[in-house]
Design a protein. Sequence first.
Length: 112
Amino acid sequence: MKYSFSSRFREGAGTNPEELIGAALAGCFSMALSLMLGDQNFKPEKIETEANVEIKMEEDKIYISTITLNTNAKIPGIEKEEFRRIAYSAKDNCPVSQALKGVEIKLIAELT
């Protein structure tokens, strides 16, 4: 895996720590959502989540300001509002979200 500073701003090849954090959050959220749906007797056929990590630079400081989770799910028998309620609970309670409490985490959750 190639790391590079320039990949932070999409100018260089490779990955960066911020992308890895986004991937960890997307994976953790999807696992938590699947578990919570199962606890409510729903059987997801598909959960796909992508994390968009926003990096800001002010003076000499670079930081993650926001991570937006975009998830699409196919879940037979669930109503849209119940899905969103469970999805927001998963976002707020997955272990990686807990570790990232200093970052604003947004969620866009859609059923397909």
